[in-house]
Design a protein around this ligand. Structure first.
Ligand SMILES: Nc1ncnc2c1ncn2[C@@H]1O[C@H](COP(=O)(O)OP(=O)(O)OP(=O)(O)O)[C@@H](O)[C@H]1O
Length: 379
């Protein structure tokens, strides 16, 4: 699903590469934590997957495609299968919650009908039902991040990349966000998340890839944040280096490696070349994680879905009263204005285009005169 073959990324003007000769494969459906000190190369790793950066050497395959062979023109199409969440949410401040989530879909040319159903559905999944009209500044940080997650998953991407998604959130909210990402992963989406949060990694016991100064120093199938720190003979970094490496987390650092030692026992496969990672303090505790209330709202099983499907089938197979120009005949349209609101027979079918009624196009697909079609290219 994601493969790095001998990948080196060197930025101009930097004395050492951000990533050095990286070889790693991430499989479909995995949940992978990328850990490592500040500056170890985590964000560069994610940006390479997104093709926001090009490797200096080596090859990267994502979803079966060699990224080196994707032209700049095709990059937006490639990115449709990837969702991204950032530490700072990156919502559009002047657009409502609904519009923030709809934006992705508009850009890729989804129809208005599709957007009208997909956006509320996704907001509901992330526990934001009914908040579509709010503006981002009217939401808490956790809610804003949930909007960002909704935006990332609304197009049902195969891969979700998250760069420190809990970095700006309090522990309880962070734990909630993780229940959401875990549930999205359980639905089949591959999740790759860069984090400094030891408590989250320790509690979830997923695959951990640890970077240190651009090298992969640990790749464990099911592990905690600092497992190899306690497991190896390698010396922890000297105090001066630890300070430099952990500059951005200085306020949270405590010598907490022993708290994570238990996770070492759970590690099944370990590749440890060297060890210089600081042992960050768990801002999110394992208790926070254990007690986290799931934010994900499971979709209800609704008979309406089958009922609607039956109505659409009935409408498509019924005699279609159309005018010579192809428009629906007046009586069908009039039936839609049925004052008792019953959505049966002609009432439901009147909402369908002729092509939909004839089964030539899926209901909710592009419609004549739908301006959304002009927003962006379609696949
Ligand atoms: N656009 C850039 N230009 C030059 N150097 C860069 C650029 N982006 C990153 N670097 C350098 O590459 C190295 C890796 O940075 P990267 O942001 O990938 O690390 P990180 O592990 O994500 O750090 P953090 O945890 O602080 O976000 C650092 O030395 C950084 O200064």
């Amino acid at each position: 699903m994601i493969r790095f073959d001998s990948v080196t990324k060197a930025y101009p003007g930097q004395s050492r590469p951000a990533l050095s000769d990286i070889g790693v494969e991430i499989l479909r459906g995995e949940f992978v934590f990328l850990v490592g000190a500040s500056g170890s190369g985590k964000s560069s790793f994610l940006r390479l997957i997104l093709k926001e950066e090009k490797p200096t050497r080596g090859k990267i395959h994502v979803l079966g495609k060699d990224l080196g062979s994707i032209s700049s023109r095709k990059v937006p199409y490639f990115r449709r299968d990837l969702g991204v969440v950032f530490q700072d949410f990156r919502l559009l401040p002047n657009k409502s919650v609904f519009e923030n989530v709809a934006f992705t879909l508009r850009v890729i040319g989804k129809s208005r009908g599709y957007i009208q159903s997909a956006v509320p559905e996704t907001l509901k999944l992330v526990g934001l039902d009914g908040k579509g009209k709010r503006m981002p500044h009217e939401l808490s940080g956790g809610e804003q991040q949930r909007v960002a997650i909704a935006r990332a998953i609304v197009n049902k991407p195969q891969i979700l990349l998250a760069d420190e998604p809990t970095g700006n959130l309090d522990p309880v909210t962070s734990a909630g966000i993780m229940t959401l990402l875990e549930r999205i992963n359980a639905g089949g989406t591959t999740v790759v998340m860069a984090t400094h949060e030891a408590g989250i990694v320790d509690q979830m016991q997923r695959r951990v890839i640890e970077l240190s100064a651009g090298d992969i120093v640990r790749d464990e199938r099911s592990a905690g944040y600092g497992a190899s720190f306690a497991e190896t003979d390698a010396e922890p970094a000297p105090p001066a280096e630890r300070q430099v490496e952990s500059e951005s987390d200085a306020e949270t650092e405590t010598p907490s490696a022993p708290e994570h030692a238990g996770a070492a026992a759970a590690a099944s496969t370990a590749v440890v070349k060297k060890k210089r990672m600081k042992a960050a303090a768990p801002k999110v505790t394992t208790d926070d994680m254990r007690e986290a209330q799931p934010l994900y709202v499971e979709p209800e099983e609704r008979d309406e879905v089958t009922d609607e499907a039956a109505r659409i089938t009935a409408a498509a197979t019924a005699a279609v009263p159309v005018t010579a120009g192809g428009a629906l005949a007046d009586d069908a349209v009039a039936a839609d204005a049925n004052p008792n609101g019953a959505k049966t027979g002609p009432a439901a079918s009147a909402r369908l285009t002729l092509a939909e009624r004839l089964g030539l196009r899926a209901p909710g697909g592009p419609r004549e005169g739908d301006d959304d079609q002009e927003v962006g290219p379609t696949k």
